[in-house]
Design a protein around this ligand. Structure first.
Ligand SMILES: [Zn+2]
Length: 340
């Protein structure tokens, strides 16, 4: 390795795009993020080719060569443990069961790699952008599904014995549909939190509500596909539509229950909410208030009303601020901690 090996790369491998960043040994971001379309469905070798070319571009942009990269952090959109992916999710079949971390490290001439899943990487990213924060951080991110991650005080992600920790979408939720049944989750089980708090859940709920006679005249009952209705729902909510607000309020309250249980287990001090809602200035404040109502119904009062020092104890809620590059930054910072 070259003497100038003072940089750490973050490689965020998603189903849609691959985002890559470089940080230096002091923890400063070096150069710009490079984002390319993901080829994960074409197999891991195709993605390795992309990663190599991104590393070349990242280093060339700051006037060094790939030798300058001392360590790499990488995240994958699937549960993984010790470099091996557990389930295929959005990936081609050859990713599963292969030690992706070691294969890539060999291909790059032995550069050490830290590998984790996308939820942990996003949590690490939110931790990295809060430089003054020294406690724990729980990330909960409603998106297509419901992702999460936990960063322990000091900055390491808690991954669990099998790399399967913090699958927050699949904890049990006590809520039932109008007919008394528990909703079906995409994982095959019944009554998961994700079956209430995700884009997939929202589509189901919209369908069920619009089928009721009292919503016959609702403007969303226009024959458009339910995927499209789900995307339009936020605009309806912002314009004060009663049904849209009911659906988001229900989702937020149920999320609050789930977060209360997670806080009861981990007591992280800081809960960061990610996902698409983080980008909706205005509406997200209303959503957060609804979420807190559910949280306070379910959580022990001590988490929300500490008699000691409300700034330090209790549970604080913040929206994600790391943006698009959060996961890539998160794993780059972890690589810096581990390999510098
Ligand atoms: Zn589930």
């Amino acid at each position: 390795m070259a003497d100038n090996a003072n940089y750490f790369a973050g490689l965020d491998i998603g189903g849609t795009t691959v985002k890559t960043v470089l940080v230096d040994v002091r923890g400063e971001v070096a150069g710009e993020m490079i984002e390319v379309r993901s080829h994960v469905k074409d197999g891991y070798e195709a993605t390795f080719g992309q990663l190599e070319s991104a590393l070349d571009q990242l280093t060339a942009a700051i006037g060094v060569t790939r030798d300058a990269v001392k360590g790499i952090g990488m995240d994958v959109p699937a549960p993984s443990c010790d470099g091996v992916i557990w389930g295929r999710a959005n990936l081609a079949e050859d990713w599963v069961g292969t030690n992706i971390r070691d294969r890539l490290s060999e291909r790059l001439g032995g550069t050490p790699i830290y590998m984790t899943n996308d939820g942990n990487a996003a949590a690490l990213g939110e931790y990295a952008v809060r430089r003054k924060h020294i406690g724990g951080l729980l990330l909960v991110a409603p998106g297509t599904g419901l992702g999460g991650g936990l960063v322990l005080p000091g900055g390491r992600a808690y991954e669990g014995a099998n790399g399967l920790a913090l699958e927050v979408g699949h904890i049990s939720s006590p809520f039932r549909e109008d007919d008394g049944e528990l909703p079906q989750c995409s994982c095959g089980k019944l009554g998961c939190l994700e079956a209430w708090v995700s884009l997939v859940a929202l589509r189901r709920r919209i369908g069920l509500e619009l089928a009721k006679p009292e919503h016959d005249d609702h403007p969303l009952n226009d024959g458009s596909p339910v995927e499209e209705k789900a995307f339009r729902l936020r605009d309806f909510a912002q314009e004060g539509d009663e049904l849209a607000n009911f659906l988001f309020q229900q989702q937020a309250r149920i999320l609050g229950y789930g977060i209360a249980d997670l806080v009861r287990v981990f007591d992280p001090g800081l809960v960061v909410l990610g996902g698409g809602l983080a980008e909706t200035e205005g509406f997200r404040d209303t959503y957060l208030d609804w979420m807190k109502e559910g949280f306070e119904e379910r959580a022990w009062a001590m988490y929300s009303h500490s008699p000691i020092d409300p700034e330090k104890i209790t549970t604080r809620f913040e929206w994600a601020t790391g943006g698009d590059s959060a996961a890539a930054l998160g794993v780059a910072f972890s690589a810096r901690e581990m390999f510098r």
